[in-house]
Design a binder for this molecule. Structure first.
Ligand SMILES: Cc1ncc(COP(=O)(O)O)c(C=O)c1O
Length: 321
């Protein structure tokens, strides 16, 4: 495959690999520390629009290889949106059906996108990022579907599936190592299922144990889809504290303010979890003074315009005749 020509036989050939990495773009106007170059890795450039393309593809391929899915038996998955969008589009392109169980607080744009991508939708009242073991949450409902209708559904279960970590161990980590010529000193990530942090950190620390991995989380009661607050961390089976050097808890509204800054000053149309990561990064690059940082920006702002209107004062003004 010749990635310089960018002519592909199907959409799956576009998925990120070490030979075809998601791009990294330097932060220019918003970096307050000239001794600490910062790069944003733009996961929204992946073919289905987010970092979750990596985990979705690795989990789907595993189910295919094990003969767990076919034209009659599709997939059911709890999701705050991105995994579901990637899985739905991939599944439908390969002839499988897909059912997504989403918390009601997920933005309308994501719910609509799930339907447009071809998923059947269950919307339930739940925490924003589904948490294993909590009452009748999205995870339990998806598990119930998978059990009661085992002939119709296999459940990848991104919250417990080791392939979610493997995806980042095999792609995100090697891409970053190569893109920085091994010069990365700090990795900045957010925590949802913790697949990104665990896989990427494991790879990078195997290359250089001195690399610092910083994770950011929103404050409790947050409205940042895809992410977890500290109080929910204990239930993340893929979280490994030995792979994380610092966890920062950041006021969740700053996720929206910083996303707006990135949009309006860097030309980076970053979503709220990227905004939250950027806020945490700014703290650390002032503390640690020198280094080379990479931030993994999970998705872009297009799925969050209604959330932006909710959290950025005055955004709606002047939008009506
Ligand atoms: C927008 C967004 N940001 C961050 C994350 C966190 O990634 P991970 O689940 O790999 O921890 C997710 C995961 O769903 C997400 O959708």
């Amino acid at each position: 495959m010749d990635h310089t020509k960018r002519v592909y036989n199907d959409i799956f050939e576009m998925l990120p690999t070490e030979e075809n990495p998601s791009p990294m773009v330097r932060i220019n106007r918003l970096n307050p520390n000239p001794d600490f170059p910062l790069f944003a890795k733009l996961e929204w450039m992946n073919p289905f629009g987010s970092v979750k393309d990596r985990a979705a593809w690795t989990m789907l391929r595993d189910l295919e290889k094990r003969g767990e899915i076919n034209e009659k038996r599709g997939i059911v998955e709890p999701t705050s949106g991105n995994t579901g969008i990637s899985l739905a589009a991939m599944a439908r392109a390969r002839g499988y059906h897909m059912r997504a169980v989403v918390p009601n607080k997920v933005p309308l744009e994501k719910k609509l996108l799930l339907k447009i991508a071809g998923a059947d939708l269950d919307v339930i009242s739940d925490e924003l990022c589904p948490a294993p073991g909590l009452g009748d949450g999205s995870i339990n409902l998806a598990k119930t579907h998978a059990k009661a209708q085992a002939h119709r559904y296999a459940m990848p279960n991104q919250y417990e599936n080791e392939h979610n970590v493997q995806a980042h161990l095999q792609t995100t980590g090697p891409e970053i190592w190569r893109q920085t010529d091994g010069r990365i000193t700090h990795l900045f990530v957010s925590l949802g299922t913790c697949g990104t942090v665990s896989g990427t950190s494991k790879f990078l620390k195997s290359k250089n144990p001195e690399i610092k991995v910083i994770a950011v989380q929103p404050t409790e009661g947050h409205d940042v889809p895809g992410l977890r607050n500290v109080s929910q961390l204990g239930v993340s089976k893929l979280f490994d504290s030995s792979l994380v050097d610092d966890i920062l808890e950041i006021e969740f509204r700053l996720a929206y303010a910083r996303a707006l800054d990135l949009c309006q000053n860097e030309g980076l149309l970053a979503g709220p979890s990227s905004g939250l990561i950027f806020e945490g990064t700014r703290e650390i690059i002032m503390r640690d003074k020198k280094g080379l940082g990479v931030m993994i920006f999970p998705d872009n702002i297009f799925k969050y315009t209604s959330n932006m209107a909710k959290h950025i004062a005055g955004l709606m003004s002047g939008t009506q005749a």
